[in-house]
Design a protein around this ligand. Structure first.
Ligand code: S3P
Length: 169
């Protein structure tokens, strides 16, 4: 069955939520976010889940979310947490779009946001920049490998990003 979902993957802070909202405006589709689903399921924030239960517990919730999406969601823009791309059979959920940027591009984007401190604080895996940079290097080729479509988003106008995505899905 063709599900017509668009799944946005990419590193923390690359702008998956921002791109999802812009896609909503342009396409008339609705959007959901895997971190939001997990937070509602647990009635607590990602930061708390990591603190109190640890990362493996969180990854298990991502797995549960992936199964639910594959079974129940159609015609939707799905933004994901930065580690969600590891879920098996991602392309059974929809067209996988990798939002690509350099690590420095991501840091610049976060630091230029008005709520930069909050953006950093709420992300457990962005607390240590050396570790985050290593994680980025490890994941970058993996994002590319699972993507159906790769869109370079670094320093690019949001309207252009949206056009490129909608032109390819
Ligand atoms: C994670 C990214 C976060 C969130 C969690 C783990 C990751 O989402 O799912 O903190 O492993 O990269 P964002 O990509 O929206 O920051």
């Amino acid at each position: 069955m063709k599900k017509n979902n668009i799944i946005l993957i990419g590193f923390m802070g690359v702008g998956k939520g921002t791109v999802a909202r812009a896609l909503v405006n342009k396409s008339g589709m609705m959007a959901i976010d895997t971190d939001d689903i997990i937070e509602s399921m647990e009635n607590r924030k990602i930061k708390k889940i990591f603190e109190l239960e640890g990362e493996p517990y969180f990854r298990n919730l991502e797995k549960k979310t992936a199964k639910w999406l594959a079974k129940n969601v159609k015609g939707t823009i799905i933004s994901t947490g930065g580690g969600f791309y590891k879920q098996e059979k991602l392309n059974e959920i929809g067209k996988v779009v990798y939002l690509k940027s350099s690590f420095q591009g991501i840091l610049d984007r976060i630091h230029s946001a008005p709520n930069a401190a909050n953006k950093l604080k709420k992300r457990p895996l962005l607390q240590n920049m050396e570790a985050a940079s290593k994680l980025f290097d490890e994941r970058a080729p993996q994002y590319e490998a699972v993507a159906d479509i790769i869109v370079d988003v670094e320093k690019k106008d949001i309207n252009l990003i949206v056009e490129e995505i909608l032109g390819q899905v």
